[in-house]
Design a protein around this ligand. Structure first.
Ligand SMILES: [Zn+2]
Length: 323
């Protein structure tokens, strides 16, 4: 689902909440009116006084006349509230109970969409992420550093476990203190070393902070773009969604089937996000710069790795050790 579709769906949800709140309030009022015929009378009187005030004001009548009509309306309100209280009914209980008191379930505030709409969009986005990956299993708290070997690695100057501990804390800080000024990350290393786990843990944390996060595997992303291309759709929605995300996580770069069209999409994606200064996290099994350039050309790779922290995952295959 594109962000636009999610917004559309969110407004639909909010609007049906509003309809439901109003219908329920009408039903509550109708039930009370049945027992209190006086209430109906007062409400009619109140409506007429309000209408008169508006008409007087529109026809440029004297202030005193308008004020008299307004005073009659508020006197009706006061009588109505008293009548309700005398019968043991809280007047507030007859007003619609909106889910969002800020926008009264209209979904809009003066500055644009209300926070309740944005929250629904985030929920949908998170759901999509969840459906494509075991997000709930991938938090920082389920990342097990004990799976990495403790023996000293001369090239690192420390053990793989200590090295991964540094990476773990770097990623955790990256997520917890996330802003749009965060650098890009290139998480690389052989399969099964926990790159996707940490990338998803970051996605989860940053989503909860309220950012628009998109997590997608490179294979799924470029497959979708190819399909849109062959259906001859005017807009490449997938590419647009990936370009717009406040944080994009492109998992397993290098596993996609590379065609000239896919290359051009990757270039657009990397270049657009670079121009918009939006952070991107890549995970990849491609360990060497030279291999990356051979696959994607120097032009793409220089942009991809620009303003990028490269984190080298090492150790034995964590998934094999699970078994
Ligand atoms: Zn709202």
């Amino acid at each position: 689902m594109t962000r636009q579709e999610m917004m559309h769906k969110a407004f639909g949800i909010v609007s049906s909440r509003r309809q439901k709140a109003i219908t329920l309030a009408d039903q509550r009022l109708a039930a009370v009116q049945k027992d209190l015929p006086e209430l109906t009378q007062l409400e009619q009187q109140r409506a007429l006084a309000g209408l008169r005030a508006a008409q007087l004001s529109a026809s440029g009548a004297e202030r005193a006349q308008i004020d008299a009509a307004l005073a009659e309306a508020s006197a009706c309100d006061a009588k109505r509230d008293m009548l309700l209280r005398e019968n043991g009914i809280d007047p507030a209980s007859l007003a619609p109970e909106f889910t969002c008191p800020i926008c009264k379930d209209t979904g809009r505030v003066s500055s644009g969409p209300c926070e309740c709409v944005l929250a629904l969009v985030r929920e949908m986005c998170q759901k999509e992420v969840n459906e494509s990956s075991p997000l709930s299993l991938c938090s920082f708290s389920t990342f097990d550093l004990n799976k990495y070997p403790d023996r000293y690695v001369p090239e690192l100057g420390l053990s793989a476990r200590q090295h991964m501990e540094d990476i773990f804390h770097y990623c955790k800080d990256y997520a917890e203190q996330f802003t749009l000024k965060n650098p890009n990350l290139y998480l690389y290393g052989y399969a099964g070393l926990g790159k996707t786990h940490l990338a998803l843990a970051i996605a989860n944390t940053v989503l909860h902070k309220g950012f628009n996060v998109v997590y997608i595997s490179a294979q799924n992303a470029f497959d979708a773009m190819e399909k849109e291309h062959f259906r001859n759709e005017e807009a490449n929605d997938t590419l647009a969604t990936l370009c717009d995300a406040q944080l994009l996580i492109l998992d397993d770069l290098g596993t996609e089937y590379l065609t000239p069209y896919v290359s051009s999409c990757l270039y657009s994606l990397v270049n657009t996000r670079m121009c918009r200064c939006l952070p991107t996290i890549y995970t990849s099994n491609i360990v060497l710069d030279a291999d990356l350039q051979r696959r994607y050309t120097e032009k793409i790779v220089s942009r991809l790795l620009g303003n990028c922290e490269c984190l080298n995952f090492c150790g034995d295959d964590v998934r094999l050790m699970d078994k």
